[in-house]
Design a protein around this ligand. Structure first.
Ligand SMILES: C[S@@+](CC[C@H](N)C(=O)[O-])C[C@H]1O[C@@H](n2cnc3c(N)ncnc32)[C@H](O)[C@@H]1O
Length: 386
């Protein structure tokens, strides 16, 4: 196998992560707490799903009446299009159904629909789900699934990790409401950050630092850190997973409680602030704030804050102006270093030849040494409080 194929296969394998019921419920509850009618009369689409065992399908089917859904549509990807995994065999549910077709079972995706009481028990629930084979393999980019997307109001899923960017673009171009799981690192993608800045996308409530999500993985997954076995299922945590959504939840409207600049310098638990105060960048008209709890409440200018800020971001309290990055996409740089300056900075800092990529982030100069800080988001208070 060529190197590229090997990497491709590894990535594809990493896409087989299955979300637990509790993590879906926790996230949807946060939206419902903010607006109990959030799903009322809505068509909910769950693409990239595995409806026969998926907790997404189970959650929405089970709660169909309580949420007041109009229609639930859930689609799966054909086993032949998936990488080798422990989940490829047809389920008993499919095998025992009169429409079971051996060829289609492997080559086609499936669609499950719930919109009415089929079995006449006067309630609409999991038992009323109807299914058939899709014409194609269920690839979200196909015309068949794109037509379902266009019919939907809300899209919820854990898309394949390796296709997160195209999947998000596919939803955003259709202007749908969504809640999808991805890696927290995606906030810095050039396709994602502008959406966050424009308040068209934000983090959900379950994410790194708030509660890790564990995903069910195929039993033949090699042993790795962050695994545990529960109820005979192999679970794996990916420390950085988070929900990305444009559905409102209360958490993001809670203001961050902050101290003033003077109070921080006096009482901060961060040594850097107590010793040096807030340092100004050499290449942005902004100050360096090394931790979210050190954001001064009364600073009127631009502040560079860690990415974890996004988990606490309240758009009524702060404005996001951009991010420190190489190409100055947000027009906030006040200085661009030449390659000679980057080489000089390396020599001065490390005492040997090399290049220090100063343009990649905010830079602080102390004792003539140029120090690049970690990745920063540039923010400003909407209103300072003294
Ligand atoms: C991370 S898993 C999540 C599955 C499920 N939504 C859950 O969390 O329980 C992603 C799913 O998308 C499927 N998939 C991979 N590539 C796909 C594509 N191009 N179109 C649709 N589904 C795809 C994978 O086979 C897998 O079932």
């Amino acid at each position: 196998m060529s190197k590229e194929n090997l990497v491709g296969a590894r990535q594809a394998k990493n896409d087989e992560f299955y979300t637990q019921f509790v993590d879906i419920e926790k996230e949807m509850n946060a939206y419902l707490e903010y607006d109990e009618k959030v799903f009322r009369d809505k068509v909910v689409l769950l693409p990239c799903d595995d409806p026969e065992w998926s907790n997404f399908t189970r959650y929405f089917a089970q709660n169909f009446e309580r949420l007041g859904l109009k229609r639930l549509i859930s689609t799966s990807y054909a086993p032949n299009s998936k990488p080798q995994s422990a989940f490829l065999n047809p389920t008993l549910f499919e095998l025992e159904d009169p429409q079971y077709d051996e060829v289609k079972s492997a080559a086609n995706g499936k669609i499950f629909i719930l919109d009415r009481d089929v079995n006449g028990d006067h309630k609409i629930d999991v038992d009323d789900l109807q299914w058939k084979y899709l014409d194609g393999d269920g690839d979200f980019r196909s015309d068949e699934i794109t037509a379902l997307r266009d019919e939907a109001d809300v899209i919820v899923t854990n898309p394949p990790f390796s296709l997160f960017r195209p999947f998000l673009a596919w939803i955003v171009e259709a202007g749908k409401q969504f809640a999808i799981i991805g890696n927290m690192n995606a906030v810095t993608y050039k396709e994602v950050f502008p959406l966050i800045k424009e308040n068209k996308l934000w983090l959900g409530v379950t994410r790194t630092g708030v509660g890790f999500m564990y995903f069910e993985v195929p039993v033949n997954t090699p042993t790795k850190q962050g695994q545990k076995i529960e109820n005979a299922k192999l679970l794996q945590t990916i420390g950085n997973s988070a929900w990305f959504t444009n559905i409102e939840h209360g958490r993001r409207h809670q203001p961050l409680a902050l101290m003033t600049e003077a109070e921080n310098v006096k009482f901060s638990k961060h040594k850097q602030i107590k010793v040096n105060g807030y340092q100004k960048y050499d290449n942005y008209d902004a100050i360096e704030v090394p931790a979210v709890d050190a954001i001064p409440s009364d600073f009127p200018g631009i502040m560079g804050v860690p990415i974890t800020f996004l988990g606490k971001y309240n758009p009524d309290q702060f404005e996001i102006l951009g991010m420190c990055e190489n190409s100055d996409l947000y027009g906030l740089k006040t200085r661009i270093y030449t390659s000679a300056e980057c080489k000089n900075a390396y020599l001065n800092k490390f005492g040997k030849p090399g290049t220090y990529d100063l343009n990649a982030s905010g830079v602080i100069v102390a004792n003539e040494i140029f120090e690049k800080v970690y990745q920063r988001i540039l923010i400003r208070h909407r209103k300072v409080t003294k």
